[in-house]
Design a protein around this ligand. Structure first.
Ligand code: GLC
Length: 543
């Protein structure tokens, strides 16, 4: 177990993201709950993770599956009670697993009592908790668009003003310019810290310092000032791990966010690599193939730039992204091999790895007709593009490749009805392939993707070079291989991954010929032939 009283304990940690709604139901309601997470803690302990990031479980009307919070100090009854949360925290601690809560601080739900008050009148004390502008019913303050479609401005006749929302109208933006809002947030975070949580993930944190009059959403001028104030008033009073979601972060900004002095956060989720397989300058629905060489260079840049100057997060999946084995791997011919190759590619790097539920089983995307989807973003996009005359087939292709529900189908525990997720009717269908892809089978098979992840996690704990080593990209322009070296105090790793479905000949560098294989997803490779999706990590000392 990690010593979590030490500052920076999280540098050796591995996190696991749970989407509580789809993890484990214990009541037959069809949605997962906190007791379900408690029930599965031993499974997670077996995997070896140290931190559980839970997507929001706070009270919420669930317009955006909990990313619309109506009470930051209450648990949504759908998930259980505050007592269940306390039990989860305590049971997690017994197993060396900390709870990381997902704080949505850029906006609240329109059902939060702050907003219900705010929209009553301009002189209500809560009015200024949100971002209001004058206008007339048919002329919004400007033409800014919301991320989930439509205008970013919503008219409220009672006050004769518009409020600003970067996401759905039910998610009004909080006004961070107002010190009272910031104080409320700090008090709430301190309260959660007292409950024993060990970390926070901060939703769309790069969007809090918006300046709508100038069209600014992300990376506003006061962003880092706000973060430093937030951190000093809260996180720095404990030994927490914090990660901000920052779609707009480049390496320079990431160094501010994750400055080694701890003045802001521990790290951010940046999305540079995740945005490479979309058409340049367009959104995620405009598909393009992955520029592999560019992807390697992008990883190399982040690894190098943040080494000694910040900290990376490492992830290939989350609740907003499609399943990586379907996206960059091969979920038909080489599902397990490619899942392991992707894991090797990522877990060999420096940073904190985040595994998303089911990734350790090689869970895949779904390919459904529109009626089966539940995600607001997906459905809004579908209707918007339909109205623009985009052919159904093209829209559905984008959804099958990139839709968020790919990641949100229930966790596949076994091959019983609904994959052991619920005894009721699941809120969203289970992926049909649960008959063959499930945790029970993985636990019975020593060669499973699950045990491969388990080993990668264990290696990180065993060899400091995984945590502290520097990074050097080899074979930069090779179109199929991802090869890199790590070194730290005389220890070295060589990571070689064939990221393609073709056999590739590659002779290991001379000085690596007699090294030890720490992990590999197939035999061979040392003789110069890498089979499709073959991956390995080599190790040597005193180099
Ligand atoms: C983040 C969340 C996403 C949510 C959005 C609005 O991007 O990850 O799920 O819809 O913020 O809160």
């Amino acid at each position: 177990m990690l010593d979590k009283t030490k500052k920076d304990w999280w540098k050796s940690a591995v996190a696991y993201q749970i989407y509580p709604k789809s993890f484990q139901d214990t009541t037959g309601s069809g949605t997962g709950d906190l007791q379900g997470i408690i029930r599965r803690l031993d499974y997670l302990k077996t995997l070896g993770v140290d931190v559980l990031w839970l997507s929001p479980v706070f009270a919420s009307p669930q317009v955006d599956n909990g990313y619309d919070i109506s009470d930051y100090r209450a648990i949504d009854p759908m998930f259980g009670t505050l007592e269940d949360m306390r039990e989860l925290i305590a049971e997690g601690k017994k197993r060396g697993i900390g709870i990381m809560l997902d704080l949505v601080l850029n906006h609240s739900s329109n059902q939060h009592h702050w907003f219900l008050e705010a929209k009553k009148s301009k002189d209500n004390p809560y009015h200024d908790y949100y971002v209001w502008r004058d206008g007339t019913p048919d002329t919004p303050p400007n033409d800014m668009k919301a991320c989930f479609g439509g205008s970013a401005w919503e008219w409220v006749p009672e006050v004769g003003q518009y409020y600003f929302h970067q996401f759905a109208p039910e998610q009004p933006d909080l006004n961070w310019e107002n010190p009272a809002v910031r104080r409320e947030i700090y008090d709430m975070i301190l309260w959660w810290m007292e409950q024993g949580v060990e970390g926070f993930r901060l939703d769309v944190i790069d969007q809090i310092a918006k300046e709508p009059d100038k069209g600014i959403t992300g990376n506003g001028p006061r962003l880092h000032e706000f973060l430093r104030e937030l951190s000093a008033n809260t996180f720095q009073k404990g030994c927490l791990v914090t990660v901000g979601e920052a779609w707009g972060a480049d390496t320079e900004r990431a160094k501010l966010y994750s400055a080694p002095d701890g003045s802001e956060l521990s790290m951010v989720f940046q999305f540079e690599q995740m945005m490479l397989d979309q058409q340049k300058g367009k959104g995620k629905w405009d598909l393009a193939s992955l520029p592999f060489v560019e992807m390697k260079k992008s990883y190399a840049k982040w690894q190098k730039e943040l080494h000694g100057a910040g900290w990376n997060s490492l992830f290939l999946n989350n609740h907003d992204l499609p399943r990586i084995v379907s996206r960059w791997g091969d979920d038909t011919g080489y599902r397990e091999m490619s899942a392991k190759a992707l894991a090797t590619m990522l877990h060999g790097m420096q940073g904190m790895p985040y595994i998303y539920q089911g990734e350790e089983l090689g869970m895949t995307n779904v390919c459904w007709p529109i009626e089966k989807y539940r995600d607001l973003e997906t459905l809004n996009m579908y209707h918007e593009r339909k109205a623009q005359g985009v052919p159904e087939e093209e829209i559905m292709r984008s959804i099958h490749v990139k839709g968020r529900d790919n990641a949100r189908t229930p966790m596949q525990w076994d091959d019983s009805t609904h994959a052991g997720f619920t005894t009721g009717t699941p809120w969203i269908d289970v992926n049909e392939n649960y008959h063959s892809i499930h945790a029970k089978a993985a636990l019975e098979n020593p060669d499973s993707v699950f045990y491969y992840y388990q080993k990668l996690i264990a290696l990180r704990k065993q060899y400091p070079v995984f945590v502290f080593g520097d990074f050097r990209l080899l074979e930069e322009n090779h179109p199929q291989l991802f090869v890199y070296e790590r070194s730290f105090e005389g220890e070295k790793l060589l990571i070689v991954c064939n990221m393609s479905g073709q056999e590739v000949s590659y002779a290991l560098p001379q000085d690596w010929q007699d090294s030890e294989v720490l992990i590999a997803n197939a035999e061979g490779g040392l003789n110069g032939i890498f089979s499709p999706w073959q991956a390995m990590v080599l190790h040597k000392k005193n180099a």
